[in-house]
Design a protein around this ligand. Sequence first.
Ligand code: NAD
Length: 255
Amino acid sequence: MPVLADKVAIITGAGAGIGEAIARAFSAEGARVVVSDIDVARAQKVADTLPGAIAVGADVRDEDQVRALIERAVAECGRLDVVVPNAGIATTVPLTEMSFDQWRDVMSVNLDGVFLTIRHSLPALLAAGGGSIVTISSITATAGSALIASYAAAKAAVRNLTETVSAELRTHGIRANALLPGFIDTELVTSHQADFEAALGLEPGGFDTVITGKQTRYGRVEEVAAAAVFFASDQSAWCNGSSLILDGGFRGALL
Ligand code: NAD
C-alpha cells in the first residue's frame, strides 16, 4: 500500500529542484499533489506529468495569494493533509555589502513565506483532523555561514518555527518536522557558485572542490524527497518537532 494513499499535499516552490522531486515522490506514494510555484508555467509542467495533480501559481510572499492557494487546494481536492513550505531563494553577499533590501528579499520568501503557508494551512489541517507539515530548513540553520547571512538566519528561524508548530498543535494531531539538507544539486546552488568563488578567492570550479571534499558529492533531490515522504507519512507518527540532517556527513567532517 502506498504510504501517502488518499492524502492531499501542497508543495510550494514545486516547479523545480527539491520541491519538484517531493511532488513526484509524494505522487508515486499515492498522494494527490498541489504543485505550487511563483512560476505557474513551471508548476503546470510538473503537474501535467502526475496523476490527479493540479498546478496553482502563488508567490509565497503574498498573503492573499497564499490564502487563495490553500482555498483552491481544498475546493478542488476536498481536504488537506500534508504541507511542504519549500519555496526558497538565496543571496550570496558579504555582510559588509549586504543591503537591507537583499536581507529582506531572502527573509520574505524563506521565512515570511513559510509562516504564511503554515498559518493559512492550519484551518484546513485542523478540519481534516490533523496532518503533517514538512519544512525545508538547511544545515546552515546549525551554524553561522559566511556570505549567506540572511539565508542562514531564515533557515535557523524556520527550524525554530517548526518546533513551535509541533508544540502548539501537537494535541490537534498536527505534526511538524524539519529537513536540514546540505548542498543539493539544484539551480539554487549552481546559480551561486560563481559568487562564492569570487568572494572566497577560489578558482572557477573551486566551490565544487570544497563541497565535494566535505560531502563527498552533491546530494540528490530524490534523497531529500525520500525523507520528506517519511515525515509526511504515518511511518513517522512519533516524530514531532524533529530535525533530520541530510548532508553526507558535511557537519561531522573536521578533516
Ligand atoms: P530551486 O531554485 O531549484 O527551486 C526553487 C523553486 O522555488 C523554483 O521553482 C522557484 O520558482 C520557486 N520560488 C522562488 N521564489 C518563490 C516565491 N516567492 N513563491 C513561490 N515559489 C517561489 O531551489 P531548491 O534548491 O530546490 O530549494 C528548495 C528549498 O530547499 C529552498 O527552501 C532551499 O532553501 C532549500 N534548501 C536547498 C538546498 C540546496 O542545496 N539546494 C539545501 C538546503 C535547503
